[in-house]
Structure formats: structure tokens, C-alpha cells
Design a binder for this molecule. Structure first.
Ligand SMILES: [Zn+2]
Length: 665
């Protein structure tokens, strides 16, 4: 699932980067827009704890559901039945409990020819069986029900009009299937198959899961028979109903075989969506190669447009309220991660959403290249509080936290990729896909961890523990110096680690060293509050950077006090206001810091964009230490300089560094 978010665009002056980097070139798509009110309304349903299976529900395993419902759009009414086939799994079963919202009312329950007694409560119906079912035995129940008139507000089934035509759609994640059909509403128990027989006024078309077997017309109504023959979680069963324009594309998965891709489009939207929809077949191919074959090849993939701002990965038929490519590939990736392998419970929703969010970056890495991948990861950096593991399932907003369940969770996979290495990482995804315990089933974090450990042949508890169950991220402060010994340079690197939680992180950290002969990157394992590393180099080190390519969710900075390098710092504040008088009457100015590590001639000079010298701030021989210089925006003739961009340059006998600053009025 992916909500659209209103993106708050903050325009920065590009002061620090003389050449544009991929992060600046990257334009976020429109799907990050948020409809805050709509979202708040949607999450109001969190009132009841709907998360838990009852003890009774753990005693039977659902095999099949058959829905047979008639929808009256004018009166927003549903009437019909749901049949279920299930197996008793432990003890003998004397009653069956199903989830049902107060918006539905059960008329009767039958087992074969006999009518059963039932008691419908606020969120559960208890059906009494006339005879106890023995463990291992199957049983069938048929529940006749209707939607009550009060069921119109905040509900997993929505009735609306678009262009004067009825539009009915469902969005049941996480606990909404029970709003429109009684069921055992947990992703831990997927039905092996589902049949949907949906009757609507004949001007409407029903898009749903699996294969459309037939359409029957009778008495001004149409009945659509849909069959889902792959295992499916209740929240992924979907209806999207409208007078759609329907068209197809094909995904050719072998020289002789192809699978249909069906698009159910609002006719007025066709010209908008067709361009990106045409990329779906290619995206299926990309994910099939990365993860394993598209999981529902014998059926279809499709999009059904719906009236919600976002997307929902309904199995084989994603519901879409937007058409950006990142939204399209996000929902498509869920067919593998979320639909084929479903989080066993919503504590572990990151296995759905983190994977789908990361899949966006992987898709664009394939299509646009590695720079684009890193730019997308950069956009998903989240440095706030909270664990990725969802502690409380009654808070739906927390389950779908875009910062934790989506962004930071996608960073977990990004980091895992670097921890185990590229080839092992993609082997892990393929192995996870193929493991019969999880394929078409469900999984929790520890199941995925086990696959990672097996494929990489290393213990990874520490990794998942700190990133899934722990908060925050490491903060690295580092310093370095070197000594020349027998024509080798011994580099001493000290890393001090801290975090906002107080916990320390264990991570492999890339150390990139610029030397006189070239650049080199080595990996060190950092896990302590203070850790020292000795490295031998055959060339003089000039610059040391930690995690230069951003493989770790972290902050890193070079300690200004202890470092053994020359450096020039960014001025502060920047930009600064030349003519703005502060209340104290002191004219605004900016501070420039720099450090030199040997006694040398030092020149610190400000230039304008034409390269003309504006102000000499320092021009003398200095001892090795850290200095700060204040500049008030006046030139060598004591005149205020014009507003605009300036360069400042630190020069010694062996070192030169340039930075930009901006002066405003
Ligand atoms: Zn999603």
C-alpha cells in the first residue's frame, strides 16, 4: 500500500555543490503527496483492537472462501453469502469464530442442509457447530449476510460517484475485509483459493483477483465470476467496480508464452495513464529477473483505478489512485513481497512495505543507473525515532508509518546489500522467494533473517536486532593522522561512535582514502564507542572519508579538534545578510574555520565570481592549529560588497581548498 503525500518543496540555494549531484537532479514523483484529512479519517477505524486471532481461530485453517454477493450502489447495500471450507487443526472444534464488523448483519448460517446457531457480537460472530469437528477433518459453512444502513462511514468498502457513475471499491488492509465479508481476517491464514461471484447493475464492470471465468447477464444485472487459484490473504481480496474502459497488454515470459496484463481505467484518465502503464510489462520482467518469476503467471496482473489517493497491491489486480512510475512499480513489487510472501502479522509490515519501497530503487537502478538508485535512497533517509518493528497494532497510522515501515525499512535492505555483498544479497532474495515455507505463505522478520544467514553463511542477529528492533542510527566522529615508516605510511584512524538511543551499532564501514598516488577504499568493522584502526599505505594520505557512498543510515563527521588534516570549513551562517543590523547593533558577519597541520604560509582570500580578489582575510605564517576568522562582508577598501555568490580559498605551501558562500541583502 502506498499513500500519496503532498510533497513540501523546500528550495535550497545550491551553495555547497559546484556540480549538480544525482540527488539534486532527482525529482520525487507525485505519489508522495498526502491527503491528510482522508488519511486521518481512514485511520479512525483503529478504535478496536482488530489485530489478534482469537484462540478459537487458531484451531482451524481456512482452505477456501466463496463469495456470492449482490451490490446495490444506489442504496449502498450488499447482500449475499460467503462460504468457507476449513480444517480443524487441533482438538475437536465445537464452534467457529469469524471476524465481522458491526456494519454487517448475519441472517443465517448453514452447514449443509442444517441451520446453525450463531451469536454476532461487536467484532466476532460465534457459530455453534451441531457436531464437533475432529482435528484433520474438513468442514463447510455458509454465512448469509447483508450490509446494514449504518455501514456508510469509514469503511473498507466505499460507494461513490465519478462523473455520475457509481464507483465501488474496497481497501481492506489491514483489518477491513470483515467490513464487507465475514472471514478469519488474518494474513497468517491464507485461503488456498477464493471464488468471487459479484452481481452489479449491468452498466458496471467488476475487476477482481485472479481470472475472470465468465460474465452472465440477467434482469438488468451482470454477474462476474472471478477465480483466484493462488493462496491469498483476506486483506488482498478486492473489488473495484465502475464503467471502466478495459484494455490489455501482454508480458511475454518465454518465447512461446505470455501473460495478460489487464487495465481497468477511468475513461477520462486513459490518455494520462497509458504511457506509464505501457512500462508495466517491462517492470514485471525486471522484477522477475531480480526476484524470481512473477508469482501469478497462470492468472494475470492488472491495474484497476479507484477513488483513493494512493495504491493498494491487491493480488493480481493493483488498485491505483495515481499513475507515477514509482507508485506503479511499488505496487507491482508487492506481488512478490506482500502478496506471494505476506507479513504473518502487521508487526512485521516492513517485510511488505520496506521491500516494495526498496524495489522502487532497484527498478530505477536497472532503468536509470546507479546514481539514480543512490539518489532515491537519499530521498528515503529517515533519522528520527521509532522502531521498524510495529509495537502496537491498534495504531494503524503507526503500522503504515512512511518513515519507519517504508523509508527506514528500505534502508535496512540497502544496508544489508552492503553487509553481505551484491551477489549474496540478490541470492538471498531469490532464496527467500523460493523457500516453500514462505512462498505463497507468510513470514516474520526472523524467517527472513534465517534465509539471510543461510545464504550468506554468517550470523546476522545483530544486524536485524539493531535495525528492526532498535531505534536511530550510528553517529561517527572520526579523526586520523599518519607516520612515515620505512617508506610506508601508517595511517591511524580513530572512530568514536554514539547514537541518540545510547546503543552502539555494529556495521562494516567503508573508509575511502585519498592518497598522492590515487584513491582506495577499505572496509572496517566498527562496533565500539571508541575504536582505533591502523592501516599501512604506500602513498601519503591526503583525505579520509567514512561511508562515502552512503551505504549506512548514519551521520559522520571528521572531528575538527583531533584531525591530522588541513581543511577549510563551510562558513557559518551561510547565506549571511550583509546589511542586516542585529538588534544589538552589530553588523551581520560570517565565521570561517580552518585547520593547518604544519607551520606554513597561510592565505585565506575571498574572490567574486569573476575571479577578482575581494578581501584578504589571512596572509601570514601560522603555527599548526585550528583557526576561525570572521568576515563582515567588506572588501579590502572597507566597502560593503554586492550581494551574490563568492568563493573563499585557503592556500598553504602544499594545500589549497575552495568553498562557496552566498551573501544576501
Ligand atoms: Zn506498499
Amino acid at each position: 500500500m502506498q499513500k500519496l503525500l503532498f510533497f513540501i518543496l523546500i528550495v535550497f540555494f545550491s551553495i555547497y555543490a559546484p556540480t549538480p549531484n544525482p540527488a539534486q537532479q532527482f525529482q520525487p514523483d507525485d505519489w508522495r503527496e498526502i491527503h491528510a484529512e482522508q488519511k486521518a479519517q481512514f485511520y479512525q477505524k483503529a478504535a478496536l483492537n482488530k489485530a489478534a486471532e482469537t484462540p478459537n481461530q487458531q484451531r482451524f485453517d481456512v482452505n477456501w472462501y466463496g463469495l456470492d454477493i449482490k451490490i446495490d450502489p444506489i442504496h449502498e447495500w450488499i447482500t449475499g453469502s460467503v462460504e468457507l471450507k476449513a480444517k480443524a487443526v487441533k482438538d475437536s472444534l465445537k464452534s467457529v469464530e469469524l471476524d465481522i464488523s458491526p456494519h454487517l448483519m448475519i441472517d443465517s448460517v448453514r452447514m449443509g442442509a442444517s441451520k446453525l446457531k450463531f451469536a454476532q457480537g461487536l467484532s466476532i460472530v460465534v457459530i455453534s457447530l451441531t457436531e464437533a469437528i475432529k482435528p484433520g477433518d474438513f468442514f463447510n459453512l455458509k454465512i448469509f449476510y447483508q450490509r446494514t444502513a449504518e455501514g456508510n462511514s469509514s469503511n473498507a468498502i466505499t460507494f461513490q460517484y465519478i462523473g455520475g457513475i457509481s464507483h465501488i471499491w474496497t481497501l481492506s488492509e489491514p483489518f477491513g475485509a470483515r467490513d464487507w465479508w465475514p472471514c478469519k481476517d488474518t494474513p497468517a491464514d491464507k485461503a488456498d483459493s477464493v471464488d468471487l461471484r459479484i452481481t452489479v447493475p449491468e452498466n458496471l464492470t467488476v475487476a477482481s483477483n485472479g481470472t475472470l471465468v465468465k460474465v452472465e447477464k440477467s434482469g438488468g444485472m451482470k454477474t462476474f465470476y472471478w477465480q483466484e487459484r493462488y493462496p491469498i490473504a483476506t486483506y488482498l481480496v478486492s473489488l473495484a467496480i465502475y464503467d471502466y474502459y478495459v484494455y490489455s497488454d501482454y508480458y511475454q515470459y518465454s518465447p512461446t508464452d505470455s501473460m495478460e496484463i489487464q487495465f481497468y481505467v477511468f475513461p477520462s484518465q486513459y490518455s494520462l495513464v497509458k504511457e506509464n502503464y505501457a512500462k508495466v510489462a517491462g517492470a514485471i520482467d525486471i522484477f522477475s529477473k531480480l526476484y524470481g518469476p512473477y508469482p501469478f503467471l497462470k492468472e494475470k496482473y492488472g491495474h484497476a483505478e479507484f477513488g483513493w489517493g494512493g495504491g493498494m497491491e491487491h493480488q493480481t489486480i493493483t488498485s491505483l489512485g495515481g499513475y507515477s512510475l514509482s507508485l506503479i512499480v511499488h505496487e507491482l513489487a508487492h506481488q512478490w513481497w506482500g502478496d506471494m510472501i505476506t507479513c504473518d502479522n502487521f508487526h512485521h509490515i516492513w517485510l511488505n512495505e520496506g521491500f516494495a519501497t526498496y524495489s522502487e530503487a532497484l527498478y530505477f537502478e536497472q532503468v536509470e543507473g546507479k546514481d539514480y538508485y543512490f539518489a532515491m535512497m537519499d530521498a528515503d533517509r529517515y533519522l528520527g525515532s521509532g522502531t521498524i518493528y510495529v509495537p502496537n497494532l491498534t495504531d494503524w497510522g503507526r503500522i503504515f508509518s512512511s518513515n519507519l515501515s517504508y523509508k527506514k525499512a528500505s534502508w535496512v535492505l540497502h544496508m544489508l546489500r552492503h553487509v553481505v555483498g551484491d551477489s549474496t544479497f540478490f541470492k538471498i532474495l531469490k532464496e527467500y522467494y523460493a523457500d516453500p515455507r514462505f512462498q505463497y505463505g507468510s513470514a516474520i522478520t526472523e524467517n527472513f533473517q534465517e534465509i539471510c544467514e543461510k545464504v550468506s553463511n554468517r550470523k546476522l542477529h545483530w544486524f536485524f536486532n539493531q535495525w528492526i528492533y532498535g531505534e536511530y542510527y550510528p553517529i561517527y566522529e572520526y579523526s586520523w593522522n599518519y607516520q612515515l615508516e620505512n617508506s610506508f605510511y601508517n595511517l591511524a584512524l580513530t572512530i568514536e561512535q554514539s547514537s541518540l538511543s545510547g546503543n552502539l551499532f555494529k556495521m562494516p564501514v567503508d573508509v575511502s582514502i585519498k592518497t598522492e598516488k590515487g584513491d582506495t577504499t577499505i572496509v572496517i568493522w566498527d562496533s565500539l564507542a571508541t575504536q582505533q584502526f591502523s592501516l599501512t599505505l604506500d602513498s601519503k594520505p591526503l583525505q579520509v572519508e567514512l561511508d562515502k557512498d552512503d551505504w549506512i543510515l548514519r551521520l559522520a563527521y571528521q572531528s575538527t579538534k583531533k584531525s591530522a588534516s588541513n581543511f577549510l570549513e563551510q562558513n557559518y551562517p551561510n547565506p549571511f545578510f550583509r546589511n542586516k543590523k542585529l538588534e544589538s547593533g552589530i553588523e551581520s558577519s560570517t565565521l570561517i574555520g580552518y585547520q593547518i597541520i604544519e607551520t606554513t604560509d597561510v592565505k585565506l582570500t575571498v574572490y567574486n565570481l569573476l575571479g577578482q580578489q575581494v578581501k584578504t582575510l589571512v596572509n601570514q605564517r601560522q603555527l599548526p592549529q585550528y583557526y576561525t576568522v570572521r568576515w563582515d562582508g567588506r572588501d579590502d577598501k572597507d566597502q560593503s560588497v554586492a550581494a551574490g555568490m563568492y568563493f573563499y580559498v585557503l592556500e598553504t605551501n602544499s594545500f589549497r581548498q575552495i568553498k562557496k558562500m552566498l551573501i544576501l541583502w
